[in-house]
Write a protein that binds this ligand. Structure first.
Ligand code: ADP
Ligand code: MG
Length: 577
């Protein structure tokens, strides 16, 4: 519990007054709950001693009515505050988590799966809130009942009777709880399996089209069933522990009852207590059952919640390896970018993907990058987006290492059209304007024109306002590519990067786009990764990447003069035409 609260210290710092009030209200409710049994005892004693008068009867009856009403009022207030606090905590935890996710770098996203991240913000977050609100209630309220009841039993009835009948409970309970504590490791395993199951469902939902197209429903369902089976199996271990627990406690409780009754009757015979008092006493023993069971349940829930809190906290504590510092420099313009001996290895790869790369980009140049698939072209160029830090070597912008600039400023320089498109379930223009939300219609039109997307807009049912399906599902591959290019262009970036962004358009459209780029992007920097050489043959500099190394560089003409991958591929491409 302390562990849980220490992790939401920031919340308690603001809310401690409300927490104190809640605890106070709980104590009041607990106290009131014990009063009816007391009243019953009093009533019986009054009847047994033939001392019933109209006044005493009226008193007892009005108290019996007033107590529940009062209790209702206090409970109402308490529940209201509790719910407000729970909502507030959930909201803040969620906000904090999402904020943190946005600050994380690619390395982080390579480490955690989507399903895992989602289960932490749903399942685990819920457990955390429950622990900080209802579990706290469980502890305070139930402890209060137990303590108040024991004190009342001892002071107003009989200490010997109390000690004889009540001591057995905590002893039995402690032993049982020690056994129960071992459950922890199963709970942890269960949460991991749950996250895994979430990931599998997510993957299947996302990949539904492919699954259907390849008639893999059965296999996929099989996979899902396995995940669910595993989930249930892991839950079974936990339930097994619970099943052990409850019947054993019943036994202990039965013993407590027998002790209370037999010793109580003995005390009545010896005129140490009255009949009414024994009835009150036995009612209290009965009343204790609920709270004692609840407390141990609460402890086991806290046990689970601690694991959830840790899982949530693990994410919050992760620091991005790519991050700004107080001394980070601003940048809005550049003259030169120098890659110096840049080597990069993905976090979970065994060997580097790009090796010892050195080249320069001058402002205003157009650079072409070609090479076989998997040679590291995308990886190389994405170094400019600061997704990861380089493994070795550095990239310098005007002589200063890229890592010393503000991350957002560096990204602001770049308009990147990724190889895999990321389209959102929004309208066409909203999707484009992600590149620059402040762009006016004229800028939007221009971007669309350069990307040769104009002709498609006319055919879309609502023009710019046509909804794009999830992940661009309502557009063709070529349309998606051109929309993505327009998105980068509307930003009018200092550096435009096309990462194989023309692969899905026909040769004629590609020519148009390249022609437009030459015209409208004159004077700005362009980096074009392409398969068709026609897209890059006018570049100021062409790099050939093979196996993560630059094997050739020069202009189109220069490269055609020497033997190598470039010339070979070029000949192949023109003879295929
Ligand atoms: P290209 O763009 O030239 O086709 P990439 O840069 O996409 O090449 O990929 C180069 C190599 O890096 C490939 O072998 C690919 O499997 C590997 N790779 C790409 N992305 C990742 C990643 N996120 N984690 C690990 N390996 C990756
Ligand atoms: Mg690529």
């Amino acid at each position: 519990m302390i562990n849980i609260f220490s992790k939401i210290k920031w919340f308690l710092k603001d809310e401690w007054k409300k927490y104190l009030l809640m605890i106070f209200l709980l104590l009041v409710i607990a106290f009131i709950s014990l009063m009816p049994a007391k009243l019953l005892g009093l009533a019986i004693d009054t009847i047994v001693s033939f001392g019933v008068t109209n006044t005493s009867l009226l008193w007892i009856v009005s108290l019996m009515i007033a107590l529940p009403v009062f209790r209702y009022g206090v409970s109402f207030l308490y529940n209201y505050i509790l719910n407000v606090e729970a909502q507030k905590l959930t909201y803040l935890l969620r906000k904090k988590y999402l904020n943190h996710l946005f600050s994380m770098d690619s390395q982080f996203y390579e480490t955690y799966t989507k399903g895992d991240l989602i289960s932490r913000i749903t399942n685990d977050l819920e457990s955390t809130t429950t622990a900080a609100t209802s579990l706290l209630e469980g502890i305070v309220f139930n402890f209060a009942i137990i303590v108040f009841a024991v004190l009342l039993m001892g002071f107003t009835i009989s200490w010997p009777l109390t000690i004889v009948s009540v001591t057995i409970m905590p002893i039995g309970l402690t032993i049982l709880n020690l056994i129960r504590f071992q459950k922890r490791k199963y709970v942890k395993r269960h949460l991991e399996i749950y996250a895994d199951m979430t990931e599998k469902v997510l993957e299947s939902v996302e990949g539904m089209k492919v699954i259907r197209a390849y008639v893999q429903e059965k296999e996929d369902l099989e996979k899902q069933y396995n995940a669910v089976d595993k989930d249930i199996e892991s839950w079974r271990y936990i339930v097994k522990f619970e099943n052990w627990f409850n019947p054993l406690f019943e036994v202990i409780y039965g013993i407590a009852y027998i002790l209370a009754f037999s010793f109580g009757i003995y005390l009545i015979i010896n005129q140490k207590i009255t009949v009414g008092e024994l009835i009150t006493f036995v009612s209290y023993v009965g009343l204790l059952y609920g709270p004692i069971i609840s407390i141990s349940t609460v402890f086991s829930q806290i046990n689970n919640a601690t694991i959830s809190v840790d899982r949530y906290d693990e994410i919050i504590k992760k620091e991005a390896t790519v991050h700004d510092s107080v001394s980070s420099l601003p940048i809005i313009q550049f003259k030169n970018i120098d890659f110096k001996n840049v080597t990069f290895q993905y976090p979970f790869d065994k060997s580097p993907v790009i090796k010892n790369i050195t080249f320069s980009i001058k402002y205003g140049e157009t650079i072409g990058i070609v090479g076989p698939t998997g040679s590291g072209k995308s990886t190389l160029i994405r170094q400019l987006l600061r997704e990861f830090n380089t493994t070795n070597g550095s990239i310098f912008i005007d002589g200063v290492s890229i890592e010393q600039y503000l991350i957002d400023d560096v990204r602001e320089l770049v308009g990147y059209v990724p190889q895999a498109h990321m389209l959102f379930k929004k309208t066409v223009d909203e999707n484009i304007l992600i590149g620059n939300p402040r762009a006016n219609l004229e800028q939007l039109d221009k971007a669309v024109k350069i990307a040769d997307f104009e002709k498609d807009i006319i055919y879309l049912t609502d023009g710019y306002h046509t909804m794009v399906g999830e992940a661009g599902s309502t557009l063709s591959g070529g349309q998606k590519q051109r929309l993505s290019i327009a998105r980068a262009l509307v930003k009018d970036p200092e550096i435009l990067i096309l990462d194989d962004s023309l692969s899905a358009v026909d040769a004629k459209t590609e020519d148009t786009i390249i022609k437009h780029l030459k015209e409208y992007r004159k004077g700005k920097t362009n980096i074009i990764i392409a398969h068709r050489f026609s897209a890059i043959q006018d570049a100021d500099q062409i790099l050939v990447l093979e196996g993560g190394r630059i094997t050739q560089r020069g202009t189109h003409e220069e490269l055609l003069r020497v033997e190598g991958w470039y010339k070979q591929q070029y000949i192949q491409q023109i003879t295929m035409k």
